[in-house]
Design a protein around this ligand. Structure first.
Ligand code: ADP
Ligand code: ADP
Length: 228
């Protein structure tokens, strides 16, 4: 599903963010990515959906070879990999419905099936009743649930979440985690970068610890492993 072999990422400013990293992630796994600030977690994650291109090494995601993929094929990769961010990144001038439909219109042309799927994913995150609202009328937790609905609208095989609970209070963070668990239980591979030690230590999954651009610990049912 995801294979990285001896991957390096050097930014134009000379910083080497990823420094000889190798890892394999199998279909259906739930993986936490932990580590100190500046360790390379975001860069690692961004390389999976080709927001950043590696400088050297091999990266394969599904059937895509990310070292040779053509620009015109990146939209297909983005269907395969859904992404959720710490700051939600909803479009403020669009309603909840439009935010999700917009993400689908690139791919799915049939308006009826778009409508059906938008309501389906809203149901899954428990916010069908907010379909006509604008992002700024929603709480942070609700906005993140909408962002998750948008990320899974095109039924990706992989869902990436970069600090999805970073801006949320503990109760809301647990609600978001419950939704990610549900998505994982439906068979989607979930990769979540997080500083939330409570969640990592209670809801046990594989833990990848990144330091200095490398994986320094890879543990099934691992602990968070850093001071909270
Ligand atoms: P983390 O997500 O673990 O905090 P990052 O991947 O964001 O780590 O950053 C790893 C290193 O790469 C840091 O030294 C950071 O300053 C640097 N870095 C991240 N993004 C960029 C960028 N776009 N340009 C230059 N350097 C970057
Ligand atoms: P996060 O907290 O999610 O790891 P960061 O605060 O590290 O994110 O980075 C925020 C944005 O700034 C990212 O898009 C990252 O690529 C960029 N960035 C981070 N460090 C640098 C840097 N040293 N030079 C340029 N851009 C950077």
């Amino acid at each position: 599903m995801i294979e990285m072999l001896n991957v390096y990422k050097k930014y134009p400013n000379g910083i080497t963010a990823i420094n000889g990293l190798s890892v394999r992630i199998e279909p259906g796994e739930f993986v936490y990515v932990v580590g100190p600030s500046g360790a390379g977690k975001s860069t690692f994650i961004k390389m999976i959906y080709r927001e950043e291109k590696a400088t050297k090494g091999t990266i394969k995601v599904g059937g895509f070879d990310l070292m040779t993929i053509k620009e015109k094929n990146i939209p297909y990769l983005r269907r395969y990999v859904g992404v959720v961010f710490q700051d939600f990144k909803l479009l403020p001038k669009l309603t909840v419905y439009e935010n999700i439909a917009y993400a689908m219109e690139v791919v799915e042309k049939n308006p009826k099936s778009i409508q059906k799927r938008v309501l389906e994913v809203l149901e899954l995150v428990g916010l069908k009743h907010k379909v006509r609202m604008f992002p700024n009328e929603l709480s942070g937790g609700e906005q993140q649930r909408i962002a998750i609905a948008r990320a899974i609208a095109n039924t990706p095989h992989i869902l990436i979440a970069d600090e999805p609970t970073g801006n949320l209070d503990p109760d809301t963070s647990w609600e978001i985690m419950k939704i990610l668990e549900e998505i994982s239980n439906q068979g989607t591979t979930v990769i979540m970068a997080t500083h939330n030690s409570q969640i990592v230590n209670v809801v046990k999954h594989r833990v990848l610890a990144v330091e200095n651009g490398r994986i320094v610990r890879d543990q099934l049912e691992g602990d968070y492993g850093y001071e909270a």
